[in-house]
Design a protein around this ligand. Sequence first.
Ligand SMILES: Cc1ncc(COP(=O)(O)O)c(C=O)c1O
Ligand SMILES: N[C@@H](Cc1ccc(O)cc1)C(=O)O
Length: 458
Amino acid sequence: MSREFQAEPFRIKTVEPIKMTTKEEREEAIQKAGFNTFLLDSKDVYIDLLTDSGTNAMSDYQWAGLMMGDEAYAGSKNWYNLEKAVQECFGFEYVVPTHQGRGAENILSQIMIKEGDYIPGNMYFTTTKAHQEFAGGTFRDVIIDKAHDSQAEHPFKGNVDLEKYQALIDEVGPERIPYICVAVTVNMAGGQPVSMENLRKVKEISDKYGIKVMFDATRCVENAYFIKEREEGYQDKSIAEILKEMMSYGDGATMSGKKDPLVNIGGFLAMNDEELYQRATQLVVVYEGMPTYGGMAGRDMEAMARGIYESLDYHYISHRVNQVRYLGEKLEAGGVPIVKPIGGHAIFVDAERFLSHLPREEFPAQALAANIYRDSGVRTMERGTVSAGRDKDGNNIFPKLETVRLTIPRRVYTYAHMDVVADSIINLYENREKIKGLRFAYEPPVLRFFTAKFEEIK
Ligand SMILES: Cc1ncc(COP(=O)(O)O)c(C=O)c1O
Ligand SMILES: N[C@@H](Cc1ccc(O)cc1)C(=O)O
């Protein structure tokens, strides 16, 4: 195995018991949830790999910070600590706190996008695209082609395709592109990173046309780790230095504090332009709260300020990425088809190849996620046709990737948990022809994957 084995760089001083379920209990739970893992109750889940969002384990130092919460309505001490952490670690001058990432996406979209604008991005993310569309914009995918091929190897599979970006500028004109949204890493592509060289070039092109570069910095520390590991000239730089350089190629960022900043709730929007900041503060008071709390309690801001610094520790981030890799390599060794290379926050199982007997219309990834739960109580998430939704004519969109995501929460599970997950999925793979397809029993009109229900096709 190529991974660098590292036992956990922490010891455990508080534990949360988890329930071991029986086969019968799991069968009842998955039927009740309409074969949608989002609708399972947490109490019925053994190992929860639904998401890495808000599921982080905080350190003793962060928990201690909760006791330092200054719950003043305005001007909380904790806000200034958070603002300083963002300024120091990301390098942006102005910070707007929000309740989570999509709060920042909402404000950014509203202050920057006009009806008829185009927003290029390195693959879509559900909430980001929804906010861009609500604000009257159209998302355009400008990620490199390889990102849509689950087997294509590329060290920076999240890179922006500069020719696609240039072609969009030529097609619609730079005045209709307020900004390019660059995600570091790219969630939907499998947690794939973007190289520093690519970021530099995106900035160059954007500056030439007066287009702003806004990062989706949600998993930026994972991206920094990959740059250190894979890009010439960065091996001897610290994660903090790499992150700061990455962010220097942008004009601002949205952030979900629920991922890399190591907390359970929170987010922010950051930028360098004062005028934009002023417009953002006009909206933050409408949607989130005062510009000194933005929907977060003082204690939550303190925990995030501390989490941001902790996330830059090399041993922490190296363990995290290598734990994900351990699970991926174990699955591969068992013959399970996964998206390659292995990304930063999750393993994406290629459900189309796993369940090659099921047509896309029968939602193989949804069926696989439901059956992983049935087998072992491990909860995962569909990232394929159900997530992609329908086009304007009402037809299902069939994205190139039909995957099940095994998302690893930060600092929560051990290598032994990873072994249980791998054994269950390898066992299912060996019995894959028994898995049946699904059809909708209930389909909501937007973001359908969260609340849809299904039934098995007998
Ligand atoms: C890449 C990416 N961007 C934005 C968001 C939105 O963040 P939040 O869940 O905090 O609203 C998420 C997760 O939802 C994400 O994974
Ligand atoms: N961002 C989180 C939570 C989330 C999940 C699915 C979504 O489509 C939107 C948000 C994640 O990627 O896991």
